[in-house]
Design a protein around this ligand. Structure first.
Ligand code: ATP
Length: 904
């Protein structure tokens, strides 16, 4: 070992960050020297008092986010949108023409619009960023001699961190133990190939990328196991120093917002052409250029749906927070929309569809089956009829305890497992037999190990027992039985292997839905290492352990809801086919007679055959994580929109490929969480179903807003064009149009974002992703309402003039027609298919608040002298209000009838 003598001062590193103390070159130190410097113990970790003291000195383990775009720049960016630029230009020309009030109001409205956008965007960004932060990464540490899981923010220098495949390194660590440990350090070095890690000291001058005895914060472990002592936290870590972390602002664009942005560009073009057309018609009719310019401005401001971008962002943000309340954290905003189109959900079994609360129910060793009593992780319960365990049975329990990384803990009179629940169950069953894992692990320490991974499907540890060396294997029966040549009998003697009997017992256990683990051992010659014998034949079969892991009650109901919603649920598991099928039947995922496809069968299929198979089969067992990627691709090739869950490192490619990658918040690795679009905070399948429901609701609300807002814009456009073509005075001025658009978008339209999910959303099939936002019926509804607006406002305008009212009064009536029809139509838009009465008149109070505010605003606009002057309006009488409301009610009824006719 390239050790440095104790007392030698390690060479200091160059100063890399302003204000940072001169750092120690930890990689040059021997591991125990590093520990000594940090007053840390590899065996026990730090004690409580010391941790508190260090936390007070060093603070939390967090990297301060890099400041994002400043508020001034973000506000300025609100103006750099084509629609807004058109408005600004219109305002500018209006000002040049000397229309100061109009210009002032146009600029004022643009500013208000920008401020609303700025505030709402900031809120949405903050909400998303806060949600992203709420998915805390957890670490396993050794403190006060016990293993603990805690949030990585709680780490202090000197903490001993245990690393496993899939972990994101939580702080800078000097490694002191590494077994097959490999890291991807792309986040730090840009290098995307894995680097092997070890615990030996390195020479001075070793470059950062080559410091194999260090693990740096933000990098990820992709295989093996290891342990290290924390040498730097938060901003003091290498990642913190170079501060390469991107500013926390998440991306707020989604396919739908992009589509709408494209749509508004087309709209702009259409408006431009229409403006030119009206201008030309007007000039040809001999109108003044000034009037025609003002008409073109009116057309532009009227037909531009100013409120649309802000409304979409807000609706999406509300959806995201609703999903979070139902335990699904969205990491990438587009997922909110995609969820609504999901046609297939591929879910892991263990922990997502099942409780992940393992309890050993049955043991098979020495040719005997033994029942185990008790429930949960409490070590109370008898094995068989309580006789002392001996021979193969004792060896089976001993192997289960030694080949094990979990720990049992009692907190608040409640037993908990730290680590893998499968392994926890083995500790519990051993305790029931009077075997205490802490004593046994001290008595027969682990000399070497091959850690468990889902590809290998077993784990091995090496121990010296009464002078002989044994490697203990535990894992899938298919992996261990073919390598076994003999077995232990009831007395522990090595006898001939009863292959068929073992398989039959295992099948019986699996058919009862038990998860079956095989245990075997290998006598190892002391000269050979575990790496050399890990793949040896000649195992001695020791026994079988059958454990229950009941389906989650909520998952059963959620699967049923998915089925009514036209979504197929598929189970993809690493577990045995028979166990998987039994659980799948209990969950309603597989029907009697439906086949299972195993990983091995899957490997034999070509892509075309697999496409057919994924259509027929709902349960995939003994699947290796790598095969999940093929499954996703095959489903997508069939035109499915796939949501896929995953938790391990090897699941990451499939999570990225899936339309919605879903990682487990509790049991998932950091690598999987990073790759996912959505994280489940409680790992429960029911949260996926809830997220799909919310996703459908959000999409509906977006469509409702669009259906509500476009007729106003079309209607206003139509009114202007019609007035010019008819050679009439404009029934509404540009300013009045701006007033309508801004106030109604904020106080009426936006309230649709708060619309609760309609009851029938999970009773209809998924929305095909290619369908246009507005289908033909909705386009017709838009045309219908636009024409109603045109007829109502233009008609009443002309009527008022004919009655001898002033232009200002007639315009005030026309303006109020727009607002009242919009308010009435809002109730039509609360559901795209049902009537407002059917959705519940008061089920969305926001709508009523909005209507109330709008009523006050219209009152002020009509009767307040100041606003009369600004907006060229005038007070109107009761008779006029009756006419206005008559148009509103008529419009409401016409749309109601149209809806009903369509439904029938
Ligand atoms: P799912 O894929 O639905 O989460 P799973 O937990 O069974 O199910 P894996 O974790 O890939 O999937 O496990 C595959 C198999 O490996 C298990 O069926 C079991 O036989 C074996 N196994 C699981 N955990 C361990 C472990 N800690 N040690 C040894 N073998 C294990």
């Amino acid at each position: 070992m390239g050790r440095q003598r104790k007392g030698d001062l390690p060479p200091p590193l160059p100063e890399t960050a302003k204000g940072a103390v001169q750092s120690i070159a930890w990689h040059c130190l021997a591991a125990d020297e590093a520990a000594a410097r940090l007053a840390a113990s590899f065996e026990d970790g730090l004690g409580e008092d010391e941790i508190a003291r260090r936390r007070a000195t060093h603070g939390e383990n967090r990297i301060s986010p890099k400041p994002g775009k400043g508020p001034v720049l973000r506000l300025a960016l609100q103006f750099v949108q084509p629609l807004v630029l058109v408005l600004l230009l219109a305002g500018l020309v209006t000002a040049i023409l000397g229309e100061w009030v109009d210009a002032g109001v146009i600029f004022g409205v643009t500013l208000i619009n920008a401020v609303i956008g700025f505030v709402q965007e900031g809120r949405a960004e903050n909400a998303l960023a806060a949600l992203a932060r709420s998915v805390t990464s957890e670490v396993t540490v050794l403190r006060g001699g016990c293993k603990q899981r805690l949030s990585s923010t709680q780490l202090v220098p000197g903490d001993v961190v245990l690393l496993a495949a899939g972990d994101k390194v939580p702080a800078d660590l000097r490694l002191f133990r590494a077994k097959d440990l490999q890291a991807i350090e792309a986040a730090l070095t840009g290098e995307s190939t894995a680097v092997a890690k070890h615990g030996e000291a390195l020479p001075e001058g070793t470059l950062l990328a080559e410091r194999a005895n260090m693990a740096y914060a933000g990098t990820v472990m992709i295989s093996g196991q290891g342990a290290g002592v924390v040498v730097a936290i938060g901003d003091r870590t290498e990642t913190g120093r170079i501060s390469r972390l991107i500013a926390a602002a998440p991306d707020l664009t989604t396919p739908l917002t992009r589509k709408m942005a494209e749509f508004s560009n087309w709209l702009l073009l259409a408006i431009g052409l229409l403006a030119l057309f009206t201008f030309a018609v007007g000039m040809w009719r001999g109108e003044s250029a000034f009037d025609m310019f003002m008409a073109a401005v009116a057309l532009a401001v009227g037909a531009i749906p100013e409120g649309l971008p802000a409304a979409m962002t807000i609706t999406l943000a509300i959806g995201v927070s609703r999903m979070a309340r139902r335990r699904a954290i969205i990491r990438k905003l587009p997922a909110v929309e995609t969820l609504g189109s999901t046609t297939v959900i591929c879910s892991d079994k263990t922990g997502t569809l099942t409780e992940n609360q393992m309890t050993v129910r049955e043991l098979y060793a020495g040719g005997m089956r033994t029942a185990v009593a008790g429930s949960g992780y409490s070590p109370n319960g008898r094995i068989g009829d309580g006789q002392p365990v001996t021979g193969a049975l004792r060896e089976c329990l001993l192997a289960g305890v030694l080949c094990n990384d979990a720990a049992l803990r009692k907190s608040n009179r409640h037993w908990e497992v730290v680590g893998d629940p499968t392994e926890g169950a083995l500790l519990v069953v051993a305790r029931k037999a009077g075997l205490d894992e802490r004593t046994l692990q001290k008595l027969f320490p682990r000399l070497d190990e091959i850690p468990f991974d889902s590809m290998r499907q077993y784990m091995v540890t090496l121990h010296e027992i009464e002078g002989a060396r044994f490697a203990y294997f535990k894992g899938a029966l298919e992996k261990l039985l073919p390598r076994s040549l003999a077995m232990l009998d009831g007395d522990g003697a090595v006898v001939e292997l009863r292959h068929d009997e073992i398989e039959q017992v295992a099948r019986g256990m699996a058919a009862e839905g038990l998860r079956v683990l095989a245990v075997a051992r290998l006598a190892v010659d002391s000269a050979r290492s575990l790496d050399a014998v890990g793949s040896d034949e000649g195992l001695q079969f020791v026994g079988l352990v059958g454990m229950v892991d009941p389906p989650r009650a909520k998952a059963i109901a959620a699967v049923r809801t998915c089925h009514t919603a036209g979504i197929v649920v598929k189970m993809i598991t690493g577990d045995h086919a028979v166990t998987a099928l039994s659980i799948a039947r209990q969950l309603g995922i597989a029907k009697i007679g439906q086949p299972v496809l195993t990983g091995r069968e899957l490997a034999a299929l070509d892509d075309e055959e697999l496409r057919h198979a994924v259509h027929r089969v709902n349960v995939f067992a003994r699947v290796e994580p790598e095969q999940k990627l093929r499954l996703v691709r095959a489903l997508q090739a069939n035109g499915e929109v796939v949501a896929m869950t995953g938790d391990g490192v090897n699941d990451a490619p499939a999570l990225k490929q899936a339309d919605i990658g879903i990682a487990m918040g509790l049991g998932g690795t950091e690598v999987a969480k990073d790759a996912a679009d959505m994280v489940l905070t409680d790992d429960d399948f029911a949260a996926i179903e809830a997220a799909v429901e919310e996703g459908r609701g959000v999409y509906d609300n977006l469509v409702k807003f669009i259906t509500w807002t476009l007729p106003t814009n079309f209607g206003e456009g139509l009114v202007i064009v019609a007035a010019i073509v008819a050679g009439a005075t404009l029934p509404i001025t540009p300013l009045q149009i701006l007033w309508i658009n801004m106030t109604t978008a904020v106080f009426l339209g936006l309230m649709l974002a708060f619309e609760p999910i309609e009851q029938h959303v999970m009773h209809r099939p998924p929305r095909p992703p290619a369908t246009p936002i507005l289908d033909a019926p909705l386009v017709w509804r838009n045309v219908l309402v636009s024409v109603l607006l045109l007829a109502g406002s233009f008609g009443l305008f002309l009527f008022e003039l004919a009655q001898g009212h002033s232009l200002a009064e007639a315009r005030t009536v026309a303006l109020n027609v727009f607002v009242v029809v919009q308010a009435m139509y809002l109730f039509n838009c609360r559901s795209l298919t049902l009537s407002a009465l059917r959705v519940g008149l008061f089920s969305n109070p926001a709508v009523w608040y909005g209507v109330l505010i709008m009523a006050v605003l219209q009152g002020l606009l009509t009767y307040l002298p100041l606003l009369n002057r600004l907006f060229a309006t005038a007070p109107i009488g009761a008779q006029e209000w009756i006419e206005i409301f008559a148009v509103g009610i008529l419009a409401y009824l016409v749309v109601g009838i149209e809806k009903r006719l369509r439904k029938n």
